[in-house]
Design a protein around this ligand. Structure first.
Ligand SMILES: [Zn+2]
Length: 274
């Protein structure tokens, strides 16, 4: 599904509404599609641009914790992966070849079969002891993220999603502890779709150093079939695929670094790290 598709649908709706206007002009102000004419077997539709937008907006896929309490139904991975998390290790960021966007390529140490050129580049930058280059190194250092899928309750208590939640090490450890405790005590896992539990994450603070996350159990257990009747059609079946990690080979990584940092002494760098 693409944004173009969504726009097309919206355009179709506008056209339909315009065409229907003369007949419906008398007092009809609703934006609903015109009712099918008698005898015509027209398929019905009811486009909601907001719903279309939500599905096409990739940013909406990744959840950001607001300050305060947020309720989640976390889910396992559905393709026989034994961990609730899908791990990505990304370098933030390099320019795409059209220079229009930034991408965060996966670190080859984690997602490839060889040495990662960006990691070698980061090490070289650090050794220069030049504050500007060290800052680039800091930004570009590979960062691991543990990703988990969840349905999340919005302010009106509606279950939204699924979203992908990137959790830091503390939340990840707390979730792992809950899973171990459940196993030791023969309890259902909180991420079980049928017998799982709503968990709350409390966020305090917004800064680098004062942000704290606390995981809390609610005791509210039950089947997603009741909470979110269409969960099976919404759920992400392959979390790793959905994460869409861009893996560049060494040659592509080099090119990406050259275009992102054209002013660096590349001859010297090549001598040092190839
Ligand atoms: Zn790397």
């Amino acid at each position: 599904m693409t944004i173009t598709g969504g726009n097309n649908n919206m355009a179709t709706k506008k056209t339909a509404a315009k065409k229907a206007a003369p007949a419906a002009a008398k007092g009809k102000t609703s934006a609903k599609a015109a009712p099918a004419r008698a005898g015509a077997n027209k398929p019905d539709y009811n486009i909601d641009p907001a719903a279309t937008q939500k599905m096409t907006d990739r940013k909406g896929l990744f959840f950001k914790f607001p300050v305060g309490n947020t309720s989640f139904r976390f889910l396992p991975q559905f393709n026989n992966k034994p961990s609730i998390f899908s791990k990505s290790v990304l370098h933030y960021t390099v320019k795409t070849d059209d220079m229009q966007r930034n991408i965060a390529p996966g670190c080859l140490e984690e997602h490839g079969e060889g040495q990662c050129y960006i990691c070698a580049f980061v090490d070289w930058l650090k050794e220069t002891e030049d504050p500007v280059l060290e800052k680039i190194a800091k930004d570009l250092t590979a960062r691991p993220q543990l990703n988990v899928q969840a349905f999340v309750q919005d302010a009106s208590k509606e279950w939204m999603g699924p979203v992908i939640v990137g959790v830091g090490s503390k939340l990840a450890q707390d979730m792992s502890s809950l899973l171990s405790m459940a196993k030791d005590n023969d309890l259902p896992y909180f991420c079980d779709p049928y017998m799982g539990e709503t968990l709350v994450v409390n966020r305090v603070g917004t800064g680098m150093f004062d942000t704290k996350y606390t995981l809390m159990q609610t005791g509210k257990r039950g089947s997603l079939d009741t909470l979110i009747p269409d969960w099976e059609s919404r759920v992400i079946r392959d979390l790793w695929k959905k994460l869409d990690v861009k893996v560049l080979n060494v040659t592509e990584q080099k090119k990406a670094l050259h275009r992102t940092y054209p002013d660096l002494p590349w001859q010297e760098i090549q001598k040092a790290i190839g």
